[in-house]
Every structure is written in structure tokens, then in C-alpha cells.
Design a protein around this ligand. Structure first.
Ligand SMILES: C[S@@+](CC[C@H](N)C(=O)[O-])C[C@H]1O[C@@H](n2cnc3c(N)ncnc32)[C@H](O)[C@@H]1O
Length: 280
């Protein structure tokens, strides 16, 4: 007998991936750089900000603390709930989180935001041309979009985790566009120009996010193994082929090599990303 309920909505793999595990545990290692990045966004009281793929608010919450009206949108229901809980505990009435898909922001009106921020968020949504179009549509003329995107083949932590994991995972389904393509300047230009933005309004810079974890690099890897959906899937795929120990050894070497901290009490790993600014 089949256990599939024919009335159940189809599983959205993008949503399932990010609701898996508990990304808030990884996000805790990203707070310091999140706050630093937000300080560079010229946020002032009353600015209307959309944080897309906001997770539990690593950038949304500091933005609200600087006085902006912040809406965080994320596909993962558990992360939206965690963000609302954090905003509530901090008494931030100007910060709220709701579920949504960066590929289709149909619940949000045209020209609604002064600033749309997406730090390692919208890059993970399917249909990147729709993502660019939606970000441009909800930004008011004269406003800005700022994205942080991991860079393919970059030698630092996140690109390497994703590269190593891919080598142990089955090939993606046909038509799948890698999120890492958002880290290629020409591709980003193609997507935003298709959304109507002139090329000279799109600029790029290399920036760094530093992961800070209270423990050893191997303990930090354990957090990824138990809490970060993409890494959990890679371990499951490697395990199915009897290659889990091999994957673990490769990742453990990576985490230890990239650690810049001199003590066992804390791990500090810098990771390079592409910062994209679009003037709408
Ligand atoms: C690496 S996390 C980054 C979260 C957050 N921006 C931060 O810096 O901590 C990626 C986030 O993108 C969200 N995400 C993935 N696909 C999405 C989509 N299609 N629409 C909206 N959010 C999405 C995930 O749920 C997750 O919270």
C-alpha cells in the first residue's frame, strides 16, 4: 500500500533542503560578519529594507537595530519562526519575517523597498533570471540591491565545502542551475540586464565573511554535518556509497587548514564572496 497522500502538496526540494537540520546553528558563527556588513549599507531610520533568503536574521536584525523597517523573507518555515522569535526577544517591532520564495515574490508590491539585501540567500533559489527580475521589481527606482554570493572554484571555505560535497553526491537533475553561478560577474550582469538594469549600474567587489565558532575546526565541521542541509545530504549520499569516511577526512582537513585561530577555544575561518551592488 502506498503511503503517499495524493492530496498532499508536492515536495519543494529547495524548501526541504533548507528546512532540513537547523541552519540557525551555522548562522551563529556568521553574526560578527553579518553585523559588519550591515554597517556598510548606509542604513538609517525609516529605510524600507527587504532581506531575501534572510535565514534567522543575521543581517535583518542588525538592519532593524539601525532603525530600518525590515522584512525578512525566507523559504524555510523553521528559519522564519526563528527570526520572528529573535526579533520578539529583542523587542524589534520594526523587524518581521515571513515565508516566501525569491523566485516569485508575488505577495510583494512593485517599488516597495529602498534596499533589497540578499546575503548567500537568493543565490540558492531556482530560476535565477526570475530572481533578478523579482528583486528589481520590488526595489523602488533610486533604490539599491546588495547581494553576497559565494564564488565557484574559490579556494576558501564555503566554495570548497560545496565543491567537495558535489564530488560525493549524485549529479543534479537536468536543468538545475548551480547557485554558484551567482558568483560569476558576467552571469550576474546577464541576469540583471535581462531584468532591465543598465550594465553600468551593476558593480562588484570581493569581500570576506569570517566564520567564528567557539570550539575546534573539527567541532565546527560536526555542526555542518548535523545541522547544514547541503552537508547533511552530502554525508548521506557518501554513506550510501560507503564513502562517508573519505568525505569526512577531506572536509576535516579543509576546516583545519582554513582555520586562522591560534587557540582551541575558537575557530576563525575567513571566506571570500562576491559582493554585488545594483542601482535600480
Ligand atoms: C546560507 S543561508 C543564509 C541565510 C542568511 N542570509 C544568513 O546570512 O545567515 C541560505 C538561506 O537562503 C534561504 N533560501 C533558499 N532558497 C530560497 C528561496 N527560493 N527563496 C527564499 N529563501 C531561500 C534558505 O532557507 C536559507 O535561509
Amino acid at each position: 500500500m502506498s503511503t503517499t497522500d495524493p492530496a498532499a502538496p508536492p515536495v519543494n526540494p529547495n524548501k526541504a533542503l533548507w528546512e532540513k537540520g537547523d541552519f540557525t546553528r551555522i548562522a551563529q558563527a556568521m553574526r560578527e560578519s553579518g553585523e559588519e556588513l550591515v554597517k556598510t549599507l548606509e542604513i538609517r531610520s525609516g529605510l524600507s529594507v527587504l532581506d531575501l533568503g534572510c535565514g534567522d536574521g543575521t543581517t535583518a536584525i542588525p538592519g532593524a537595530e539601525l532603525g530600518a523597517d525590515v522584512l525578512g523573507v525566507d523559504i524555510a518555515a523553521n528559519l522564519v519562526a526563528a527570526g520572528n522569535a529573535r526579533a520578539g526577544e529583542l523587542g524589534l517591532a520594526n523587524c518581521r519575517f515571513q515565508e516566501g520564495d525569491a523566485s516569485d515574490l508575488s505577495g510583494l508590491g512593485d517599488d516597495s523597498f529602498d534596499l533589497v539585501v540578499s546575503i548567500f540567500g537568493a543565490m540558492f533559489a531556482p530560476r535565477p533570471f526570475d530572481v533578478a527580475k523579482e528583486m528589481v521589481r520590488v526595489t523602488r527606482p533610486g533604490g539599491r540591491i546588495v547581494m553576497g554570493n559565494w564564488i565557484p572554484n574559490d579556494p576558501t571555505l564555503v566554495a570548497q565545502i560545496l565543491r567537495i560535497s558535489a564530488a560525493y553526491s549524485p549529479p543534479p537533475p537536468e536543468g538545475f542551475v548551480s547557485p554558484m553561478t551567482w558568483g560569476v560577474e558576467e552571469t550576474v550582469v546577464e541576469r540583471f540586464t535581462a531584468a532591465g538594469v543598465p550594465e553600468d549600474k551593476i558593480s562588484f567587489e570581493r569581500d570576506t565573511y569570517t566564520f567564528v565558532f567557539p570550539g575546534t575546526p573539527s567541532e565546527f565541521l560536526d555542526q555542518f554535518r548535523t545541522s547544514y542541509g547541503p552537508t547533511m545530504n552530502a554525508y548521506a549520499a557518501a554513506g550510501a556509497n560507503g564513502r562517508e569516511a573519505e568525505l569526512h577526512a577531506e572536509l576535516d582537513a579543509l576546516f583545519n587548514e582554513q582555520n586562522e585561530s591560534q587557540t582551541d577555544e575558537v575557530t576563525r575561518i575567513p571566506a571570500t564572496f562576491l559582493r554585488v551592488t545594483v542601482e535600480v
